[in-house]
Design a protein around this ligand. Sequence first.
Ligand code: MV4
Length: 447
Amino acid sequence: MFQRVLIANRGEIALRIMRACQELEIETVCVYSTADKDAPYLKNADEKICIGPGPSKDSYLNIARIISAAEIADVDAIHPGYGFLAERADFSEICRECKIEFIGPSPEAMSKLGDKIEAKRYARAAKVPVFPGTEGEIEELDEAVEVAAEIGYPVIIKASAGGGGRGMRICRNEASLRTNVAKAQQEALAAFGNGGVFVEKFLEHARHVEIQVIGDKHGNAIHLWERDCSMQRRHQKIIEEAPAPGVERKKIERVCEAAAKLIKSADYCGAATVEFLMDGQQNFYMLEVNTRVQVEHPITEAITGVDIVKMSIQVAAGEKIPYKQKDIQVKGHAIECRINAEDHTKDFRPSAGLIETYRAPGGLGIRIDTHASAGYRVPPNYDSMIGKLIVHAQTREAAITRALRALNEFEIGPIKTTIPLHAQLMQNSDFKKGGVDIHYLERLLKD
Ligand code: MV4
Protein backbone atom coordinates (compact mmCIF):
# COMPACT_ATOMS: atom_id res chain seq x y z
CA MET A 1 0.00 0.00 0.00
CA PHE A 2 1.04 3.63 -0.51
CA GLN A 3 2.72 5.49 2.37
CA ARG A 4 1.85 8.99 1.21
CA VAL A 5 -0.77 10.30 -1.23
CA LEU A 6 -1.13 13.78 -2.69
CA ILE A 7 -4.67 15.04 -3.17
CA ALA A 8 -4.91 17.18 -6.30
CA ASN A 9 -8.27 18.66 -5.49
CA ARG A 10 -10.17 20.83 -3.01
CA GLY A 11 -13.35 21.03 -0.96
CA GLU A 12 -15.58 18.14 -0.09
CA ILE A 13 -13.89 15.59 -2.37
CA ALA A 14 -10.43 16.44 -1.01
CA LEU A 15 -11.83 15.78 2.47
CA ARG A 16 -13.50 12.55 1.30
CA ILE A 17 -10.18 11.29 -0.09
CA MET A 18 -8.26 12.29 3.05
CA ARG A 19 -10.73 10.32 5.18
CA ALA A 20 -10.28 7.24 3.01
CA CYS A 21 -6.49 7.59 3.24
CA GLN A 22 -6.62 7.91 7.02
CA GLU A 23 -8.56 4.66 7.28
CA LEU A 24 -5.94 3.01 5.09
CA GLU A 25 -3.18 4.52 7.29
CA ILE A 26 -1.81 6.55 4.39
CA GLU A 27 -0.35 10.01 5.01
CA THR A 28 -2.04 12.78 3.08
CA VAL A 29 -0.63 15.83 1.36
CA CYS A 30 -3.24 18.28 0.16
CA VAL A 31 -2.47 21.00 -2.36
CA TYR A 32 -4.36 24.28 -2.13
CA SER A 33 -4.68 27.67 -3.79
CA THR A 34 -4.48 30.95 -1.90
CA ALA A 35 -8.30 31.20 -2.27
CA ASP A 36 -8.54 28.06 -0.08
CA LYS A 37 -5.69 28.85 2.33
CA ASP A 38 -7.89 29.25 5.42
CA ALA A 39 -10.29 26.42 4.61
CA PRO A 40 -10.76 24.10 7.62
CA TYR A 41 -10.63 20.90 5.53
CA LEU A 42 -6.87 21.46 5.09
CA LYS A 43 -6.43 20.68 8.81
CA ASN A 44 -7.37 17.08 8.02
CA ALA A 45 -4.23 16.74 5.88
CA ASP A 46 -0.89 15.67 7.32
CA GLU A 47 0.77 18.23 5.10
CA LYS A 48 -0.50 21.03 2.86
CA ILE A 49 1.25 22.74 -0.01
CA CYS A 50 0.25 26.00 -1.64
CA ILE A 51 0.38 25.66 -5.42
CA GLY A 52 -0.66 29.12 -6.52
CA PRO A 53 -3.37 31.77 -6.71
CA GLY A 54 -7.13 31.35 -6.91
CA PRO A 55 -7.64 30.91 -10.66
CA SER A 56 -7.75 27.15 -11.36
CA LYS A 57 -5.41 27.37 -14.32
CA ASP A 58 -2.68 28.68 -12.00
CA SER A 59 -3.26 26.08 -9.28
CA TYR A 60 -5.59 23.06 -9.42
CA LEU A 61 -5.18 22.77 -13.21
CA ASN A 62 -1.47 23.50 -13.26
CA ILE A 63 0.23 20.15 -13.85
CA ALA A 64 3.80 21.43 -13.36
CA ARG A 65 2.97 22.92 -9.96
CA ILE A 66 1.16 19.81 -8.80
CA ILE A 67 3.96 17.52 -9.91
CA SER A 68 6.49 19.81 -8.17
CA ALA A 69 4.45 19.58 -4.97
CA ALA A 70 4.32 15.79 -5.32
CA GLU A 71 8.11 15.62 -5.78
CA ILE A 72 8.79 17.93 -2.84
CA ALA A 73 6.40 16.02 -0.58
CA ASP A 74 7.80 12.71 -1.83
CA VAL A 75 4.43 11.03 -2.34
CA ASP A 76 3.87 7.61 -3.92
CA ALA A 77 0.61 8.51 -5.60
CA ILE A 78 -1.80 11.29 -6.59
CA HIS A 79 -5.59 11.15 -6.25
CA PRO A 80 -7.23 13.61 -8.66
CA GLY A 81 -10.80 13.43 -7.30
CA TYR A 82 -13.33 14.71 -9.86
CA GLY A 83 -13.15 17.75 -12.15
CA PHE A 84 -9.82 19.58 -12.58
CA LEU A 85 -7.22 17.03 -13.82
CA ALA A 86 -9.22 13.87 -13.15
CA GLU A 87 -9.91 13.02 -16.80
CA ARG A 88 -6.73 14.35 -18.37
CA ALA A 89 -4.87 11.46 -20.02
CA ASP A 90 -1.79 13.70 -20.35
CA PHE A 91 -1.75 14.12 -16.55
CA SER A 92 -2.06 10.37 -15.98
CA GLU A 93 0.86 9.93 -18.40
CA ILE A 94 3.05 12.59 -16.75
CA CYS A 95 2.48 10.92 -13.37
CA ARG A 96 3.68 7.65 -14.86
CA GLU A 97 6.78 9.33 -16.34
CA CYS A 98 7.53 10.81 -12.92
CA LYS A 99 7.04 7.40 -11.25
CA ILE A 100 4.10 8.64 -9.23
CA GLU A 101 1.04 6.38 -9.29
CA PHE A 102 -2.03 8.10 -10.72
CA ILE A 103 -5.03 6.87 -8.74
CA GLY A 104 -7.26 6.18 -11.70
CA PRO A 105 -6.92 4.65 -15.14
CA SER A 106 -3.77 4.48 -17.27
CA PRO A 107 -3.54 7.15 -19.99
CA GLU A 108 -4.30 4.40 -22.54
CA ALA A 109 -7.50 3.23 -20.82
CA MET A 110 -8.58 6.82 -20.20
CA SER A 111 -8.06 7.77 -23.85
CA LYS A 112 -9.90 4.70 -25.13
CA LEU A 113 -12.98 5.27 -23.00
CA GLY A 114 -12.83 9.08 -22.91
CA ASP A 115 -13.15 9.20 -26.69
CA LYS A 116 -16.83 8.63 -27.47
CA ILE A 117 -16.32 6.88 -30.80
CA GLU A 118 -13.72 4.54 -29.29
CA ALA A 119 -15.91 3.97 -26.23
CA LYS A 120 -18.81 3.01 -28.50
CA ARG A 121 -16.58 0.47 -30.28
CA TYR A 122 -15.63 -1.15 -26.96
CA ALA A 123 -19.27 -1.00 -25.91
CA ARG A 124 -20.54 -2.83 -29.01
CA ALA A 125 -17.91 -5.53 -28.51
CA ALA A 126 -18.94 -5.97 -24.86
CA LYS A 127 -22.66 -6.10 -25.77
CA VAL A 128 -23.32 -2.81 -24.03
CA PRO A 129 -26.32 -1.29 -25.83
CA VAL A 130 -25.56 1.90 -27.79
CA PHE A 131 -27.64 4.22 -29.99
CA PRO A 132 -27.83 3.24 -33.66
CA GLY A 133 -25.78 5.58 -35.84
CA THR A 134 -22.53 5.97 -37.76
CA GLU A 135 -19.95 3.32 -36.81
CA GLY A 136 -16.98 5.62 -36.53
CA GLU A 137 -16.18 9.22 -37.28
CA ILE A 138 -17.93 10.83 -40.26
CA GLU A 139 -15.67 11.01 -43.31
CA GLU A 140 -18.18 11.59 -46.10
CA LEU A 141 -21.30 13.71 -45.58
CA ASP A 142 -23.33 11.41 -47.86
CA GLU A 143 -22.51 8.46 -45.65
CA ALA A 144 -23.92 10.30 -42.60
CA VAL A 145 -27.04 11.22 -44.58
CA GLU A 146 -27.49 7.56 -45.57
CA VAL A 147 -27.20 6.35 -41.97
CA ALA A 148 -29.63 9.04 -40.78
CA ALA A 149 -32.16 7.98 -43.42
CA GLU A 150 -31.88 4.39 -42.16
CA ILE A 151 -32.30 5.18 -38.45
CA GLY A 152 -34.76 8.04 -39.00
CA TYR A 153 -34.81 11.64 -37.77
CA PRO A 154 -34.25 13.29 -35.37
CA VAL A 155 -30.54 12.52 -35.11
CA ILE A 156 -27.81 14.15 -33.05
CA ILE A 157 -24.29 15.06 -34.11
CA LYS A 158 -21.79 14.64 -31.30
CA ALA A 159 -18.10 15.38 -30.99
CA SER A 160 -16.01 12.33 -30.18
CA ALA A 161 -14.01 14.43 -27.71
CA GLY A 162 -17.04 16.31 -26.35
CA GLY A 163 -18.93 15.51 -23.20
CA GLY A 164 -21.32 16.87 -20.64
CA GLY A 165 -23.46 18.39 -23.37
CA ARG A 166 -20.65 20.19 -25.20
CA GLY A 167 -20.38 19.84 -28.97
CA MET A 168 -23.86 18.47 -29.72
CA ARG A 169 -26.29 19.43 -32.52
CA ILE A 170 -29.78 18.03 -33.01
CA CYS A 171 -30.91 17.61 -36.63
CA ARG A 172 -34.57 17.06 -37.45
CA ASN A 173 -34.23 16.61 -41.23
CA GLU A 174 -31.70 15.97 -43.99
CA ALA A 175 -31.20 19.66 -44.81
CA SER A 176 -30.25 20.39 -41.22
CA LEU A 177 -27.86 17.44 -41.11
CA ARG A 178 -26.20 18.55 -44.35
CA THR A 179 -25.51 22.05 -43.02
CA ASN A 180 -24.48 21.00 -39.52
CA VAL A 181 -21.88 18.25 -40.02
CA ALA A 182 -19.12 20.57 -41.25
CA LYS A 183 -19.97 23.17 -38.60
CA ALA A 184 -19.82 20.52 -35.87
CA GLN A 185 -16.46 19.28 -37.17
CA GLN A 186 -14.95 22.78 -37.19
CA GLU A 187 -16.34 23.54 -33.76
CA ALA A 188 -15.02 20.27 -32.33
CA LEU A 189 -11.57 20.87 -33.78
CA ALA A 190 -11.46 24.38 -32.29
CA ALA A 191 -12.85 23.35 -28.90
CA PHE A 192 -11.19 19.96 -28.35
CA GLY A 193 -8.35 19.77 -30.88
CA ASN A 194 -10.13 16.76 -32.38
CA GLY A 195 -12.59 17.30 -35.22
CA GLY A 196 -14.08 13.80 -35.06
CA VAL A 197 -17.89 13.78 -34.99
CA PHE A 198 -20.50 11.04 -35.29
CA VAL A 199 -24.24 10.80 -35.75
CA GLU A 200 -26.72 8.77 -33.73
CA LYS A 201 -30.46 8.54 -33.15
CA PHE A 202 -31.72 11.37 -30.92
CA LEU A 203 -33.97 10.34 -28.04
CA GLU A 204 -36.35 13.12 -26.93
CA HIS A 205 -37.65 11.88 -23.59
CA ALA A 206 -35.39 9.81 -21.47
CA ARG A 207 -34.04 9.14 -18.02
CA HIS A 208 -30.36 9.34 -17.18
CA VAL A 209 -29.28 6.06 -15.61
CA GLU A 210 -25.61 5.37 -14.95
CA ILE A 211 -23.72 2.33 -13.75
CA GLN A 212 -20.86 2.37 -11.26
CA VAL A 213 -18.05 0.01 -12.16
CA ILE A 214 -14.55 -0.60 -10.86
CA GLY A 215 -11.58 -2.48 -12.28
CA ASP A 216 -8.27 -3.66 -10.87
CA LYS A 217 -4.84 -4.41 -12.37
CA HIS A 218 -5.47 -8.15 -12.40
CA GLY A 219 -8.12 -8.14 -15.11
CA ASN A 220 -11.08 -8.07 -12.72
CA ALA A 221 -14.01 -5.70 -12.95
CA ILE A 222 -17.31 -5.55 -11.08
CA HIS A 223 -20.35 -3.29 -11.15
CA LEU A 224 -22.00 -1.64 -8.16
CA TRP A 225 -25.43 -1.27 -9.75
CA GLU A 226 -27.01 1.91 -11.02
CA ARG A 227 -27.95 5.47 -10.15
CA ASP A 228 -30.73 7.60 -11.59
CA CYS A 229 -29.54 11.17 -12.20
CA SER A 230 -32.45 12.51 -14.23
CA MET A 231 -33.15 15.46 -11.92
CA GLN A 232 -30.76 17.90 -13.54
CA ARG A 233 -30.54 21.41 -14.94
CA ARG A 234 -28.19 22.50 -17.72
CA HIS A 235 -26.21 19.24 -17.43
CA GLN A 236 -25.71 19.82 -13.70
CA LYS A 237 -27.18 17.04 -11.60
CA ILE A 238 -29.26 18.24 -8.66
CA ILE A 239 -30.59 15.01 -7.13
CA GLU A 240 -29.35 11.46 -7.67
CA GLU A 241 -30.82 8.26 -6.34
CA ALA A 242 -30.03 4.57 -6.26
CA PRO A 243 -31.42 2.19 -7.30
CA ALA A 244 -33.28 3.70 -10.30
CA PRO A 245 -36.99 3.70 -9.40
CA GLY A 246 -39.23 1.27 -11.25
CA VAL A 247 -36.53 -0.36 -13.38
CA GLU A 248 -36.89 -4.08 -13.95
CA ARG A 249 -34.00 -5.69 -12.05
CA LYS A 250 -33.29 -8.43 -14.60
CA LYS A 251 -33.01 -5.83 -17.35
CA ILE A 252 -30.64 -3.54 -15.46
CA GLU A 253 -28.59 -6.51 -14.31
CA ARG A 254 -27.78 -7.44 -17.91
CA VAL A 255 -26.68 -3.87 -18.67
CA CYS A 256 -24.61 -3.74 -15.47
CA GLU A 257 -22.82 -6.97 -16.35
CA ALA A 258 -22.07 -5.68 -19.84
CA ALA A 259 -20.75 -2.39 -18.37
CA ALA A 260 -18.32 -4.35 -16.16
CA LYS A 261 -17.24 -6.36 -19.20
CA LEU A 262 -16.67 -3.12 -21.11
CA ILE A 263 -14.17 -1.69 -18.63
CA LYS A 264 -12.49 -5.07 -18.29
CA SER A 265 -11.97 -5.14 -22.07
CA ALA A 266 -10.24 -1.73 -21.86
CA ASP A 267 -7.85 -2.95 -19.08
CA TYR A 268 -9.32 -0.29 -16.88
CA CYS A 269 -8.09 0.22 -13.32
CA GLY A 270 -10.10 2.34 -10.91
CA ALA A 271 -13.65 3.62 -10.57
CA ALA A 272 -15.66 4.53 -13.66
CA THR A 273 -19.24 5.31 -14.55
CA VAL A 274 -20.97 4.14 -17.70
CA GLU A 275 -23.76 6.60 -18.55
CA PHE A 276 -26.98 5.63 -20.31
CA LEU A 277 -30.21 7.10 -21.46
CA MET A 278 -33.24 4.91 -20.77
CA ASP A 279 -36.39 5.26 -22.89
CA GLY A 280 -40.02 4.68 -21.87
CA GLN A 281 -39.76 0.95 -22.64
CA GLN A 282 -36.67 0.65 -20.43
CA ASN A 283 -34.30 0.25 -23.36
CA PHE A 284 -30.78 1.44 -22.54
CA TYR A 285 -28.38 3.34 -24.79
CA MET A 286 -24.85 4.20 -23.66
CA LEU A 287 -23.86 7.87 -23.75
CA GLU A 288 -20.32 8.03 -22.44
CA VAL A 289 -17.90 6.66 -19.88
CA ASN A 290 -16.74 8.89 -17.02
CA THR A 291 -13.24 7.82 -16.06
CA ARG A 292 -13.22 9.10 -12.48
CA VAL A 293 -14.87 8.88 -9.07
CA GLN A 294 -18.09 10.88 -9.34
CA VAL A 295 -19.76 13.44 -7.09
CA GLU A 296 -22.69 11.07 -6.54
CA HIS A 297 -20.64 7.99 -5.54
CA PRO A 298 -21.95 8.04 -1.92
CA ILE A 299 -25.46 6.83 -2.85
CA THR A 300 -23.87 3.71 -4.34
CA GLU A 301 -21.80 3.33 -1.18
CA ALA A 302 -25.01 3.55 0.84
CA ILE A 303 -26.89 0.83 -1.05
CA THR A 304 -23.92 -1.55 -1.48
CA GLY A 305 -21.84 -0.91 1.66
CA VAL A 306 -18.71 -0.58 -0.49
CA ASP A 307 -16.25 2.29 0.08
CA ILE A 308 -15.59 3.34 -3.52
CA VAL A 309 -12.86 5.88 -2.77
CA LYS A 310 -10.97 3.44 -0.56
CA MET A 311 -11.24 0.79 -3.26
CA SER A 312 -10.00 3.24 -5.91
CA ILE A 313 -6.82 3.64 -3.83
CA GLN A 314 -6.45 -0.09 -3.16
CA VAL A 315 -6.69 -1.07 -6.82
CA ALA A 316 -4.23 1.69 -7.80
CA ALA A 317 -1.79 0.17 -5.29
CA GLY A 318 -2.14 -3.14 -7.09
CA GLU A 319 -4.57 -4.90 -4.76
CA LYS A 320 -7.30 -7.11 -6.14
CA ILE A 321 -10.93 -6.03 -5.83
CA PRO A 322 -11.90 -7.64 -2.51
CA TYR A 323 -15.41 -8.61 -3.68
CA LYS A 324 -17.04 -11.11 -5.98
CA GLN A 325 -19.89 -9.77 -8.08
CA LYS A 326 -22.44 -11.84 -6.16
CA ASP A 327 -21.34 -10.11 -2.91
CA ILE A 328 -22.66 -6.80 -4.22
CA GLN A 329 -26.31 -6.70 -3.21
CA VAL A 330 -28.59 -3.68 -3.23
CA LYS A 331 -29.86 -2.79 0.20
CA GLY A 332 -32.55 -0.13 0.58
CA HIS A 333 -32.69 3.18 -1.25
CA ALA A 334 -30.41 6.23 -1.19
CA ILE A 335 -30.90 9.82 -2.32
CA GLU A 336 -28.31 12.57 -2.67
CA CYS A 337 -29.20 16.26 -2.64
CA ARG A 338 -26.43 18.50 -3.91
CA ILE A 339 -26.11 21.57 -1.69
CA ASN A 340 -24.97 24.43 -3.92
CA ALA A 341 -24.20 27.97 -2.77
CA GLU A 342 -26.73 29.37 -5.24
CA ASP A 343 -29.97 31.33 -5.20
CA HIS A 344 -32.34 29.11 -7.17
CA THR A 345 -34.97 31.89 -7.20
CA LYS A 346 -32.52 34.13 -9.09
CA ASP A 347 -31.62 31.75 -11.94
CA PHE A 348 -29.23 29.81 -9.67
CA ARG A 349 -26.95 32.80 -9.23
CA PRO A 350 -23.83 31.86 -7.21
CA SER A 351 -23.98 32.98 -3.59
CA ALA A 352 -20.42 32.95 -2.29
CA GLY A 353 -19.41 34.51 1.02
CA LEU A 354 -19.18 33.88 4.75
CA ILE A 355 -21.25 31.12 6.34
CA GLU A 356 -22.35 32.50 9.70
CA THR A 357 -24.96 29.92 10.61
CA TYR A 358 -24.34 26.24 10.01
CA ARG A 359 -26.49 23.58 11.63
CA ALA A 360 -26.30 20.11 10.11
CA PRO A 361 -28.91 17.37 10.41
CA GLY A 362 -28.09 13.97 11.84
CA GLY A 363 -29.60 10.70 12.89
CA LEU A 364 -30.06 7.28 11.32
CA GLY A 365 -29.40 7.08 7.61
CA ILE A 366 -27.95 10.59 7.24
CA ARG A 367 -24.54 11.33 5.76
CA ILE A 368 -23.21 14.78 4.97
CA ASP A 369 -20.13 15.13 2.81
CA THR A 370 -19.03 18.73 3.07
CA HIS A 371 -16.08 20.95 3.84
CA ALA A 372 -18.39 23.76 5.00
CA SER A 373 -18.98 24.87 8.58
CA ALA A 374 -19.75 28.04 10.55
CA GLY A 375 -17.05 30.62 9.86
CA TYR A 376 -16.13 29.15 6.47
CA ARG A 377 -16.05 31.61 3.60
CA VAL A 378 -17.20 30.10 0.27
CA PRO A 379 -14.72 31.44 -2.29
CA PRO A 380 -16.16 32.77 -5.54
CA ASN A 381 -13.51 31.04 -7.67
CA TYR A 382 -14.82 27.49 -7.91
CA ASP A 383 -17.84 25.28 -8.43
CA SER A 384 -20.75 26.30 -6.23
CA MET A 385 -21.31 22.84 -4.74
CA ILE A 386 -20.45 23.08 -1.04
CA GLY A 387 -21.70 19.72 0.08
CA LYS A 388 -24.03 16.78 -0.32
CA LEU A 389 -26.75 15.36 1.86
CA ILE A 390 -27.01 11.61 1.40
CA VAL A 391 -29.90 9.74 2.97
CA HIS A 392 -30.39 5.99 3.14
CA ALA A 393 -33.52 4.13 4.19
CA GLN A 394 -35.20 0.78 3.59
CA THR A 395 -37.54 2.04 0.87
CA ARG A 396 -37.68 4.97 -1.58
CA GLU A 397 -40.66 6.45 0.27
CA ALA A 398 -38.81 6.30 3.60
CA ALA A 399 -35.71 7.84 1.99
CA ILE A 400 -37.77 10.78 0.67
CA THR A 401 -39.38 11.30 4.08
CA ARG A 402 -35.97 11.14 5.75
CA ALA A 403 -34.46 13.55 3.22
CA LEU A 404 -37.20 16.10 3.86
CA ARG A 405 -36.76 15.72 7.62
CA ALA A 406 -33.00 16.28 7.26
CA LEU A 407 -33.44 19.26 4.90
CA ASN A 408 -35.78 20.86 7.42
CA GLU A 409 -33.08 20.51 10.09
CA PHE A 410 -30.38 21.87 7.80
CA GLU A 411 -29.59 25.56 8.35
CA ILE A 412 -26.96 27.41 6.32
CA GLY A 413 -26.90 31.19 6.20
CA PRO A 414 -26.83 33.97 5.32
CA ILE A 415 -25.58 32.72 1.94
CA LYS A 416 -28.27 31.18 -0.24
CA THR A 417 -28.22 27.45 -0.87
CA THR A 418 -30.27 24.90 -2.80
CA ILE A 419 -31.63 23.42 0.46
CA PRO A 420 -35.10 25.06 0.01
CA LEU A 421 -35.29 23.77 -3.59
CA HIS A 422 -34.55 20.24 -2.38
CA ALA A 423 -37.21 20.52 0.34
CA GLN A 424 -39.69 21.55 -2.37
CA LEU A 425 -38.66 18.67 -4.65
CA MET A 426 -38.98 16.09 -1.86
CA GLN A 427 -42.65 17.15 -1.63
CA ASN A 428 -43.20 17.21 -5.41
CA SER A 429 -45.77 14.59 -6.44
CA ASP A 430 -44.04 13.77 -9.74
CA PHE A 431 -40.72 13.17 -7.98
CA LYS A 432 -42.48 11.10 -5.33
CA LYS A 433 -44.01 8.89 -8.05
CA GLY A 434 -40.51 8.25 -9.39
CA GLY A 435 -39.18 8.24 -12.92
CA VAL A 436 -39.07 11.93 -13.92
CA ASP A 437 -37.16 12.52 -17.17
CA ILE A 438 -34.07 14.62 -17.86
CA HIS A 439 -36.12 17.66 -18.89
CA TYR A 440 -38.46 17.61 -15.88
CA LEU A 441 -36.66 20.14 -13.66
CA GLU A 442 -36.15 22.70 -16.43
CA ARG A 443 -39.88 22.46 -17.27
CA LEU A 444 -40.82 22.79 -13.59
CA LEU A 445 -38.61 25.86 -13.09
CA LYS A 446 -40.10 27.57 -16.16
CA ASP A 447 -43.68 27.47 -14.76
C1 MV4 B 1 -28.25 12.39 -26.11
C2 MV4 B 1 -29.58 12.79 -25.89
C3 MV4 B 1 -30.55 12.23 -26.68
N1 MV4 B 1 -30.22 11.34 -27.65
N2 MV4 B 1 -27.97 11.49 -27.06
C4 MV4 B 1 -26.20 15.38 -23.00
C5 MV4 B 1 -24.89 15.29 -22.29
C6 MV4 B 1 -24.17 14.14 -22.87
N3 MV4 B 1 -23.70 13.29 -21.82
C7 MV4 B 1 -25.15 13.42 -23.74
N4 MV4 B 1 -26.37 14.18 -23.70
C8 MV4 B 1 -27.47 13.76 -24.39
N5 MV4 B 1 -27.24 12.86 -25.38
C9 MV4 B 1 -28.94 10.99 -27.82
N6 MV4 B 1 -28.64 10.12 -28.78
C10 MV4 B 1 -29.84 13.70 -24.88
C11 MV4 B 1 -28.78 14.20 -24.11
C12 MV4 B 1 -29.15 15.10 -23.03
C13 MV4 B 1 -28.97 14.74 -21.70
C14 MV4 B 1 -28.40 13.52 -21.32
C15 MV4 B 1 -28.21 13.20 -20.00
C16 MV4 B 1 -28.60 14.10 -18.99
C17 MV4 B 1 -29.16 15.29 -19.34
C18 MV4 B 1 -29.35 15.63 -20.68
C19 MV4 B 1 -29.93 16.85 -21.01
C20 MV4 B 1 -30.10 17.19 -22.33
C21 MV4 B 1 -29.70 16.32 -23.34
